[in-house]
Ligand binder design. Structure first.
Ligand SMILES: Cc1cc2nc3c(=O)[nH]c(=O)nc-3n(C[C@H](O)[C@H](O)[C@H](O)COP(=O)(O)OP(=O)(O)OC[C@H]3O[C@@H](n4cnc5c(N)ncnc54)[C@H](O)[C@@H]3O)c2cc1C
Length: 341
């Protein structure tokens, strides 16, 4: 029996989980492929992030998603049938007919669901921060922070962190490409987003469906009452600060951030009183300019090294899915070609 083809995926966000699925679905049809996913966080999901404050549940990264492509449509239809996602609304304040989906119980449940589906096909290792991607003579090697895990060796790597974080791993392992490609990677910029999470009493009277989407607003571009959204037992509001204001306040202390937005926050909440409030920082909320290709192979030796995630195929949940799918299928094909000799 031939040695399995070893693929290491860095990042268990939607892109990494989707790539793992694409590599292992219908196992037996191609060469044996062994997939490991590592993530520095304590659980899967990445920016599909949900936090609890007391009895409240708040989505604080991605808030909802839309569907445009056939591939994503097919997958979302399955999630709908499984009850993992639900239609939330067809627009904010005004309807435009296009469904916006939420994950039942919070966006992170989608990440957990996908990880559970992969459990018998893929090794998923949480709390493992990759430190360096190194080209060995025959295989790639990945080392971990403070040697918390033995070096992983792999025939192929799919790296799904935001590009600046992947650049750090490549640089640490002397594997960052030079020339135009290297410049392109090191020049990939992301927007920062500050999120404010507040439990409130009573519920604020936000317009149906319990959220405001205001892309051009200078303070809060998105506000959602997670209880009205249907994911929280208690009233709890997520506020996303505008990109420019998030960048300006990035290094400010939480108190300073809260003081700066206090007037607008009170205007949005009306008579509702805040019972607890937290500030959360997303350094890499989304790429400023996503690349049109769905994934990017940046090396072929000692094996394929692909980058995937929402930096490709669109800075959204759907883009992360399509990118992971593309990278997983590409590596599956390359594994087949190698097995065929
Ligand atoms: C505030 C905010 C609001 C958003 N709102 C929406 C929205 O309403 N609709 C929408 O469609 N999209 C939204 N998005 C975008 C959406 O969340 C992302 O496009 C998508 O979740 C990205 O998935 P990904 O797998 O590409 O990356 P991620 O989810 O970021 O996954 C990358 C993973 O890599 C891991 N990682 C990083 N470095 C290392 C390392 N060194 N070692 C190991 N693991 C590592 C991280 O822990 C993470 O889990 C929003 C994002 C944010 C932050």
């Amino acid at each position: 029996m031939s040695e399995p083809y070893r693929v290491l995926i860095i990042g268990a966000g939607l892109a990494g989980l989707t790539a793992a699925d694409a590599l292992t679905v219908g196992a037996g049809a191609g060469p044996p492929i062994e997939v490991t996913i590592v993530d520095k966080a304590k659980g899967p999901g990445g920016r599909l992030a949900t936090r609890r404050i007391g009895g409240a549940t708040l989505d604080h990264g991605a808030q909802f998603f839309t569907v445009r492509s056939d591939d994503f449509r097919a997958r979302v239809d399955r999630w709908l049938a499984d009850g993992v996602v639900e239609e939330w609304c067809r627009g904010f304040e005004q309807t435009d007919g296009y469904p916006r989906y939420r994950a039942a119980g919070g966006m992170n449940h989608l990440g957990k669901h996908l990880a559970a589906e992969l459990a018998d096909r893929v090794t998923l290792v949480a709390r493992q921060r990759a430190e360096a991607i190194i080209a060995g003579p025959d295989r790639w090697a990945v080392t971990y922070e403070a040697a918390t895990r033995d070096v992983d060796e792999a025939d192929a790597i799919i790296a799904t962190p935001p590009i600046p974080q992947t650049v750090e791993l490549l640089r640490a392992g002397a594997a960052l490409p030079g020339g135009e490609l290297g410049e392109r990677l090191t020049g990939t910029a992301y927007h920062k987003v500050l999120a404010i999470l507040a439990t409130v009493d009573p519920a604020p009277g936000l317009p149906s469906p319990g959220a405001l989407q205001r892309p051009d607003h200078p303070i809060f571009t998105f506000v959602a009452d997670n209880q009205a959204k249907g994911i929280s037992d208690e009233a709890a509001v997520t506020f996303h600060l505008a990109h420019a204001l998030s960048a300006e306040l990035w290094d400010a202390a939480d108190d300073e951030v809260l003081a700066r937005v206090d007037d607008e926050l009170r205007t949005v909440l009306g008579p509702a009183a805040v019972t607890e409030i937290q500030v959360k920082r997303w350094r890499y909320a989304g790429p400023a300019i996503p690349s049109p290709e769905h994934s990017l192979q940046i090396a072929a030796r000692p094996g394929p090294l692909l980058l995937a995630g929402d930096a490709f195929a669109g800075a959204k949940v759907e883009g992360a899915f399509l990118s992971g799918l593309d990278a997983g299928r590409a590596v599956h094909r390359l594994a087949g070609e190698r097995a065929a000799g």
